[in-house]
Design a protein around this ligand. Structure first.
Ligand SMILES: [Fe+2]
Length: 286
């Protein structure tokens, strides 16, 4: 079957395209852009940065780039050779006796406006401390959902190295009803980061030592449209409706609030705390 591979042969190298010629990778395009002197966003300058830093900055965050490991030409096969569906739901991949350096990965998942996304499916899979994938069971595999704050925590071990790859964790991220982002997370300071053709500095986690363990952080940014401001868009009030925050009222408009009817005295957009009984300058008895 096309999607089956010899799981004992780690091979996430980039094969030629359908025409037999090597396909350009994203990094090839990136290098070409650099060579041509094309200005690149700061976020592409190989500096690991948490997307939460963009909150309130007024600038949109860079999307988490998909990491196409290039070993399958069709969309339903881009997971790479070691993905398995139906992983157990769990935030910790540790099992009794799991060897390896303990690692926690924490972060948030944001949408395009850097607002947190709740209920995002995150499906992690990785090699164990010896660089081996469990392709018969579900060791080092698990999925979870971001909480109401868009936050997640993964408890695991530092994945081991295996031939041809630098150290990495695979993950699929999917906001409810949205396409799946398949990508990989990387560790800073790894010698093989310089030679792994799949490595992408935009996918570097921040990692620090914590008493013999490691604590890592990474924020995902998914291509999910969000209102850039929590301020409601002003709307004209339907006649005879109840007062509502965010509504644009004109002098003479009538609303009901608390069982009473009020008339608008001067045009304004309703804000929290400007309920008709509280602001006699804006509302009078109808
Ligand atoms: Fe892998």
């Amino acid at each position: 079957m096309d999607g089956e591979r010899d799981a004992t042969t780690p091979d996430e190298s980039r094969p030629p395209g359908a025409d037999g010629r090597p396909r350009p990778s994203r990094k090839t395009v990136l290098r070409a852009a650099l060579a041509a002197g094309v200005a690149l966003p700061v976020s592409m300058a190989a500096v690991p940065a948490l997307a939460r830093g963009a909150v309130g900055s007024g600038t949109g965050p860079e999307l988490t780039p998909p990491c196409d490991d290039g070993d399958h030409p069709t969309p339903e096969q881009i997971e790479g050779p070691y993905f398995k569906p139906n992983s157990p739901e769990r935030t910790s991949l540790l099992e009794p006796g799991t060897p390896g350096t303990r690692l926690t990965v924490t972060g948030y998942v944001f949408g395009r406006a850097c607002l947190p996304l709740a209920g995002v499916l995150l499906d992690f899979w990785q090699a164990d401390t010896n660089g081996a994938y469990d392709n018969t069971g579900f060791r080092m595999r698990g999925h979870q959902y971001t909480d109401a704050r868009g936050a997640f925590t993964l408890t695991t071990v530092v994945p081991g190295l295996y031939p041809g790859r630098t150290r990495h964790i695979h993950v699929k991220a999917q906001a409810p009803g949205r396409p799946v982002l398949t990508t990989q997370l990387y560790f800073p300071g790894e010698p093989r980061n310089n030679t792994d053709s799949l490595f992408d500095a935009r996918l570097l986690m921040t990692v620090r030592d914590a008493g013999g363990a490691k604590q890592a952080a990474f924020d995902f940014v998914l291509d999910v449209a969000q209102s850039p401001s929590p301020t409601p868009t002003p709307t004209d009030p339907p006649p005879g409706t109840t007062w509502a925050v965010g509504t644009s009222y004109r002098s003479g408009d009538r609303v009901t609030y608390g069982g009473r009817t009020y008339a608008c005295l001067q045009a304004h957009t309703a804000q929290p705390g400007w309920e008709p009984p509280n602001v006699p300058a804006l509302w009078g008895p109808a």
